[in-house]
Design a protein around this ligand. Structure first.
Ligand code: HEC
Length: 200
């Protein structure tokens, strides 16, 4: 992102994101993250760019923001912002199936895909929710609300107690049941060689 060329590309990409972004305003509790005001031909600052730099690393959770939220707060966030599509208690709604249950099903012929059954690390769920949920207003939620709703979904999956409070540390420490369920693809013909510059 340092060269003028790539900075221009970033501005173009970000402008597209803003144009394509949803105009609806967040309806939840807590302050929304600031939205970068970017436009074609307007140089972007490092501070503006930082607002888009939201990836979270597994397994150590690097990139998780400050903030915290409890299961009880998460239920409030969930009922206000998620229930309409995901149903009561995350058991499934008009837009998506259950986000509870299914733990252990990946070793059977009837996989049930839920955050509890699939995600190897809990920070992945934070990252997913922050980027894309609620579907109609992605990236509108405060860090506290995302921690809270993550705590609630983990609790509904039986993975944290009812009095759990999630923050960068406690979320990273949650042992997800499928943590060791992903295997390295060792077929020789699909071997990927890591390459960052001058790649073939
Ligand atoms: C307008 C409907 C809508 C709303 C509101 C909504 N979601 Fe979703 N959600 C979806 C859809 C559709 C998907 C599936 C997206 C896909 O597979 O590409 C999804 C997927 C998810 C997933 C991934 C589930 C999995 O098993 O992989 C999570 C987690 C999630 N939503 C959490 C939330 C949370 C938390 C909220 C509230 C803050 C929320 N959603 C609000 C429609 C919605």
């Amino acid at each position: 992102m340092r060269s003028p060329k790539s900075a221009a590309a970033a501005v173009a990409a970000l402008s597209f994101l803003v144009l394509a972004g949803c105009a609806s305003s967040p309806s939840g509790t807590g302050a929304s993250p600031p939205r970068p005001q970017v436009a074609y031909g307007k140089p972007i600052t490092e501070a503006q760019l930082a607002l888009w730099n939201i990836d979270i690393r597994s397994p150590d959770g690097r990139g998780l923001p400050a903030g915290r939220g409890s299961v009880a707060q998460g239920k409030q966030v969930y009922d206000a912002q998620c229930l309409s599509c995901h149903g009561p208690d995350a058991k499934g709604g008009p837009m998506f199936g259950a986000m509870v249950g299914g733990i252990g099903s990946f070793t059977t012929n009837t996989r049930v895909l839920t955050p509890g059954s699939m995600y190897p690390y809990a920070p992945l769920m934070f990252d997913y929710i922050r980027r894309s949920m609620p579907l109609t207003a992605p990236q509108s939620m405060s860090a506290d609300d995302i921690y809270a709703v993550s705590a609630y979904i983990l609790h509904l999956n039986g993975l944290v107690p009812a009095n759990a409070v999630m923050d960068a540390q406690s979320l990273t420490a949650v042992q997800m049941p499928n943590r060791n369920g992903f295997i390295v693809d060792d077929r020789p013909d699909v071997k990927a060689v890591r390459c960052m510059t001058n790649c073939k």
